[in-house]
Design a protein around this ligand. Structure first.
Ligand code: SAM
Length: 196
């Protein structure tokens, strides 16, 4: 996957990385910033996605589709479809540009809206990447977990740098009988849960 990344994907990743880098230092407001995963986290979630079982792949918190491109590498290789949810219209517009310019629109469905209003419609979820506002992680976990197949993976970013907000949700997952879970200490910390 990583050694065969299409030039259009690499170019769009570089473009989005530069916007994100500038946003972080020029005073762009938090809601407008892209707040993308780091390239290392991108690789990690791609590897996790590549070992998930067959079923529905979802991403909660699209921004401009940077992490979607990483996940898309795994989906493309496995022939799986990915649904990604974003609530802000400006980001949806950028995300659409990303999908069209990379031709990932053939297997990625971009849904505009509050993910929580859509998750109950899902079934057979095999992989979930959770990277939205930290205050909604627990709601998303509660909606997605019953809809996950055995062996499915839920991967949530910012488990260490947003520990203050996320600790109750992480503590819940760590003792949830339905999953095996741990926090992986790479980059900003990633909670990984595998459905039994
Ligand atoms: C940290 S950013 C996502 C970054 C993206 N995963 C990446 O690495 O490129 C979080 C995104 O979640 C979106 N978001 C927040 N609450 C949401 C909700 N309830 N439903 C869907 N998207 C939401 C925000 O608008 C924001 O774009």
């Amino acid at each position: 996957m990583f050694s065969e990344m299409p030039e259009a994907v690499l170019a769009r990743m570089r473009y989005l990385e530069e916007i994100d880098r500038v946003d972080r230092v020029d005073g762009t407001s938090r809601m407008k910033r892209l707040r993308q995963v780091t390239p290392v986290t991108g690789r990690f979630v791609t590897l996790m996605a590549s070992i998930a079982p067959p079923g529905t792949y979802i991403e909660i918190g699209t921004s401009a589709d940077y992490s979607t491109l990483w996940l898309g590498l795994a989906c493309k290789q496995l022939g799986r479809r990915l649904i990604t949810y974003e609530i802000l219209p400006d980001k949806v517009a950028m995300a659409r540009e990303t999908l069209v310019s990379t031709q990932f629109d053939s297997f990625v469905e971009l849904v505009h809206g509050d993910a929580r209003e859509h998750l109950a419609d899902l079934q057979d979820v095999a992989f979930c990447f959770l990277d939205a506002e930290k205050e909604i992680y627990r709601d998303c976990y509660d909606l997605v977990m019953p809809r996950m197949v055995s062996g499915a993976l839920l991967v949530a970013d910012n488990a260490i740098n947003h520990r203050d907000t996320l600790q109750p949700m992480i503590d819940y997952a760590l003792v949830d009988d339905r999953v095996d879970a741990m926090v992986v200490g790479i980059e900003k910390g990633v909670l990984v849960c595998r459905k039994k």
